[in-house]
Design a protein around this ligand. Structure first.
Ligand SMILES: NC(=O)c1ccc[n+]([C@@H]2O[C@H](COP(=O)([O-])OP(=O)(O)OC[C@H]3O[C@@H](n4cnc5c(N)ncnc54)[C@H](O)[C@@H]3O)[C@@H](O)[C@H]2O)c1
Ligand SMILES: O=C(O)C(=O)C[C@@H](O)[C@H](O)[C@H](O)COP(=O)(O)O
Ligand SMILES: [Zn+2]
Length: 359
C-alpha cells in the first residue's frame, strides 16, 4: 500500500494479486458507476468488475472505448458524457477506469469535467498505468497537434493495482511500462537504477516478487513528487517529465500511431541525456548506462528507421509542450544518475543537433 497524502484529496494506492476482485467490497455502499475500459481489457477484467458491482447492488454501466492512443480524444470523451447522461449520472456517480493509461486519462478527464467533477477510481491493467498514470491525478486527452494538451488535475479516490491482471500484457506493452520505471531511477533514485541494472534478468522474466517491488517503489517515488507539487506549480513535479518534451513531440508527429508512449519516452530520455552530455552536464558514461538499461528491456533509443521527421517540425511541436514559457523550451536534463534539473534556456540549435542524430 502506498499512501498519497494530499490533504482532503488523499488516497491509498493498493497493490496485490487478485485485488480487482475486491473493488466492489472496498467501495462500500452501492451507488451508481460508469466503468470505462477498452476492447482488449473489457473481456479480461472490466466485464467481471461490472458484474461484481451489479451483484453488490450498484446501478452500473460499462463503456468500452477502442483500444489504443486514439481513444484519448474529445470525440471519445463526448461518448462517455453521453453514457453518463443516459444513466442520469449525478455528482455521486463513480467513474471507474479499468485499463491502461489511455483509459485512465480519458475516463479521468470525463470524471473531472462532467458536472464539474465525479468521484474517480483507477484500476490499472498495464505496467505503465500501475507505475505511473494511475497515480497523481493528471487526466486529459490529445489534440492532433499536441499530446495531453487538454486536461485537468483530478485525483482518484482510490487506486487498485491487481498484479494478476498484468499476466496477459503483450511484451511490447511491458517494455513500454519499463521506460517509466527506468525514468524514476534516473530522475530520483540512483540505488533503484543500480538495482534495475543488477536484476534486469529477473524483472524481464516477470518474477512476481520483482514486479511487486518495481510497482511499489515507482508508486512511492511518484507519490513523493506529487505530494510536493500536486499542480506542477513549483516546478518540482516537472522532473516526472524527463524525456517527455521530445517523446510527446514524436508521438504527435507520428499521429499517435507508430510509437507507444513508453517507447517515445525511452527515445526522448536518450535525447535529453545526449543533449545534457553535449552541454557538459553529464559524462558520456551516464548516457551509455541509460542506453544499455533501456535496450536491455527491449526499448528503442532512437526513432525507427522508417520514421523520418523534419527537425524543424520536431522543435515546433516541442514548443507546444506545457512547460514552455513564451515559446521557449524548458527541458528536464540529468546532472547524474538519480538527479535531474529543469533547464530554461537550452539553445534550439543544440536541440536541432540532438534530434539530427535520428538521421
Ligand atoms: N496521467 C499520467 O500521469 C500519465 C502517466 C504516464 C502515461 N500516461 C498516458 O498513458 C498512456 C499510455 O498508457 P499505456 O501504456 O497503459 O497504454 P494503453 O492504455 O493504450 O494500453 C496499452 C495496450 O494494452 C492493452 N491492455 C491493457 N491492459 C492489458 C492487459 N492486462 N492485458 C492485455 N492487454 C492489455 C490495451 O488495450 C492497449 O492495447 C499515454 O496516453 C500516456 O500519455 C499518463
Ligand atoms: O505525472 C506527471 O506529472 C508526469 O509527467 C508523468 C508522465 O509520465 C506522464 O506521461 C504525463 O501524462 C505527462 O504529463 P504532461 O503534463 O507532460 O502532459
Ligand atoms: Zn509518461
Amino acid at each position: 500500500m502506498v499512501p498519497v497524502n494530499l490533504g482532503p484529496r488523499s488516497y491509498q494506492v493498493r497493490i496485490g494479486a487478485g485485488l480487482s476482485k475486491q473493488v466492489a467490497i472496498e467501495l462500500g455502499n452501492p451507488g451508481s458507476a460508469l466503468v470505462v475500459s477498452d476492447t482488449n481489457v473489457a473481456p479480461l477484467a472490466a466485464e467481471n468488475l461490472t458484474q461484481q458491482l451489479a451483484e453488490a447492488g450498484w446501478n452500473v454501466r460499462l463503456a468500452v472505448q477502442p483500444a489504443g492512443e486514439t481513444a484519448k480524444s474529445l470525440r471519445e470523451i463526448e461518448k462517455l458524457y453521453d453514457q453518463l447522461i443516459a444513466m442520469q449520472a449525478d455528482r455521486s456517480t463513480h467513474v471507474i477506469a479499468v485499463g491502461g493509461g489511455v483509459v485512465g486519462d480519458a475516463a479521468g478527464f470525463a470524471a473531472a469535467t462532467y458536472a464539474r467533477g465525479l468521484p474517480f477510481i483507477q484500476v490499472p491493467t498495464t505496467l505503465l498505468a500501475a507505475v505511473d498514470s494511475s497515480v497523481g491525478g493528471k487526466v486529459g486527452v490529445n489534440l492532433p497537434a499536441a499530446k495531453n494538451i487538454v486536461g485537468a488535475f483530478h485525483q482518484p479516490k482510490a487506486v487498485f493495482i491487481d498484479t494478476d491482471l498484468l499476466a496477459t500484457l503483450p511484451p511490447r506493452e511491458f517494455a513500454a511500462g519499463m521506460a517509466e520505471v527506468v525514468k524514476y531511477g534516473m530522475i530520483l533514485d540512483e540505488s533503484f537504477f543500480d538495482w534495475l541494472e543488477a536484476e534486469q534478468p529477473k524483472i524481464q522474466s516477470h518474477d512476481p516478487t520483482f514486479l511487486a517491488r518495481i510497482i511499489q517503489r515507482s508508486c512511492e517515488l511518484k507519490a513523493q513528487v506529487v505530494e510536493a507539487d500536486e499542480f506542477e506549480t513549483t516546478g518540482l513535479r516537472a522532473v516526472l517529465n524527463f524525456g517527455h518534451t521530445f517523446g510527446h513531440a514524436y508521438e504527435a508527429l507520428a499521429k499517435y500511431g507508430t510509437l507507444l508512449h513508453g517507447e517515445a519516452v525511452s527515445i526522448g530520455m536518450i535525447d535529453a541525456a545526449t543533449l545534457a552530455c553535449q552541454l557538459g552536464r553529464i559524462p558520456e558514461e551516464v548516457v551509455s548506462r541509460l542506453t544499455k538499461l533501456l535496450q536491455s528491456f527491449q526499448l528503442p533509443v532512437s526513432l525507427p528507421s522508417g520514421m523520418k521527421l523534419d527537425p524543424q517540425q520536431i522543435i515546433a511541436t516541442m514548443r507546444l509542450d506545457k512547460k514552455s514559457v513564451g515559446g521557449k523550451l524548458r527541458l528536464i536534463l540529468p546532472t547524474r544518475i538519480g538527479h535531474v534539473e529543469s533547464v530554461r534556456d537550452v539553445s534550439e540549435e543544440l536541440v536541432l543537433k540532438t534530434v539530427a542524430r535520428h538521421g
